[in-house]
Design a protein around this ligand. Sequence first.
Ligand code: ZN
Length: 263
Amino acid sequence: MTIHLYDTHAHLDDERFHTDLEAVLDRARCAGVVAINTIGIDRATSQAAVALAQRYDALRAVVGIQPNHVAEVQAQDWDTILAFAGLPQVVAIGETGLDRYWDRAPIALQEEWFDRHLELARQWNKPVIIHCREAEADVVRMLRNQYDRFGPLRGVMHSFSGDATTAEACLAMGLYLSFAGMLTYKKNHDLRAVAQRVPLDRLLIESDSPYLAPEPQRGKRNEPSYVAHTANVLATLQGVPLETLAQQTTANAYSLFGETKPA
Ligand SMILES: [Zn+2]
């Protein structure tokens, strides 16, 4: 049986891919990765994501201003994101959310931008990609506010690293949870215990390339083909064959990000 994987989060515009992106995409294809979302974090990288998605069949773009970059935003940057949001290659809005790990933007400003992205996603009926680092309670509070006003949310908690309570709150509002390489790290027992209990039909996988490569590639530049290692760990946790895990997470991703890539 052929394995098909969907890497829902990568930053392929990163300079670490400038010299060998074609080889990286070849290795991904050989590992069974049939689709990859490449994510913008500001105006320039969102623009790069769109250009990559236009160039390579397996790639789809996600555009937005990542919370660590909202303090530098110029008016024309957001105009660019608005102009991209409706493109057929753009399958989601983000990444957006809150980040207290880095102190690069005041949290009130991050919240303002998070809301702005949620509204944009709703406007285009596209899912939202949520980044949350050391800000679980505030992210859940803001999402619940959206949920109370507009009903179930369409989106994903990317590289989920929260606890069981956060996971349950996000699942209850309709979100998917996406797991990255951190799931494979020896000491992350708590995260694996959370992943074990997520319903199979709400799971996604991602590489988060070029960051945080999974075991046994930890420490190297991460790339989409390595998402297979994370899928393997997740299959074991869920108690299903890798084929089942791959098939279901890929179906989940297609259902969230659109069935086929528009021309
Ligand atoms: Zn990211």
